[in-house]
Design a protein around this ligand. Structure first.
Ligand code: HEM
Length: 225
């Protein structure tokens, strides 16, 4: 009883860590997508928005401080999310090795495997995305301070837009399952809420994925130039 109870507690603790850090990302990707919609209002509005992120909080915060606070929160959430995912993976492998294979239904293990690989792919995407649109080191024509130009020039390359499109589909799938299971983990369930869990997860995943997919499509079709 002692050991299995401890294991149970640990895995629940890890899942709660995953859910809470995941909520930080959900908030970020929704906010980031809506912020990026300003690209449809033209260069001036978009660049003003990007600059506003740095001026945000004035006079209480200094220039750029808000952005650094947001970055710190995201980094802490990332470490917590990856660390708990790795530990949960190790635990479930150990349980399987001890002959508890039947505890995992086939569908459950397929979903958790795709969450793991999806997570690894999204991590790789975020690294690429930062090198592309924040640091500009893998961008062919990066102009510091001109986020609109960087976005448009970046997506004019079809292979780059393709990478973003694949990543946004992976993000949509990860969000759909992640939001749904966060409700489960945090005990936000019950007959009335259960009816809304899948539709809500689906709506969040679709808003983020479709909104983000629209940017490379808009550039490649010449709608945003
Ligand atoms: C097509 C979809 C996306 C577009 C068009 C986009 C656009 C941008 C742009 C233009 C910047 C630079 C902003 C600036 O320096 O002023 C940026 C930064 C960033 N993006 Fe995205 N983004 C997209 C998707 C994502 C996704 C899915 C994630 C996370 C999962 C993400 C995470 C970030 C992060 C962490 C930063 C750095 C913020 C900072 O520290 O300055 N982006 N994005």
């Amino acid at each position: 009883m002692g050991r299995s109870a401890a294991l149970f507690r640990t895995s629940i603790g890890l899942k709660i860590t995953m859910a809470l850090s995941g909520i930080v990302f959900v908030g970020f990707v929704i906010g980031h997508m809506f912020g990026n919609l300003k690209v449809y209002q033209g260069a001036e509005v978009f660049n003003h928005y990007a600059e506003g992120l740095r001026e945000f909080g004035d006079p209480f915060l200094q220039y750029g401080q808000f952005l650094w606070i947001a970055r710190a929160v995201l980094i802490v959430a990332l470490v917590a999310h990856v660390w708990s995912a790795a530990r949960l993976t190790r635990q479930s492998r150990a349980a399987r090795d001890e002959g508890y294979r039947k505890l995992d239904s086939l569908e459950f293990s397929r979903t958790s495997r795709s969450m793991r690989w999806g997570g690894v792919a999204l991590f790789a995407f975020v690294v690429y995305h930062l090198l592309h649109l924040t640091f500009g080191s893998v961008h062919p024509d990066f102009i510091a301070g001109d986020a609109y130009h960087n976005l448009v020039a970046g997506f004019q390359s079809a292979p780059v837009s393709g990478v973003y499109a694949v990543a946004m589909i992976a993000l949509g799938l990860h969000l759909y399952h992640g939001v749904w299971s966060a409700f489960q983990t945090l005990g936000i369930n019950g007959p009335r809420i259960n009816r809304w869990r899948r539709p809500l997860a689906l709506v969040i995943a679709l808003i983020v994925a479709v909104g983000n997919l629209s940017f490379p499509v808009a550039v490649l079709t010449g709608l945003v130039a």
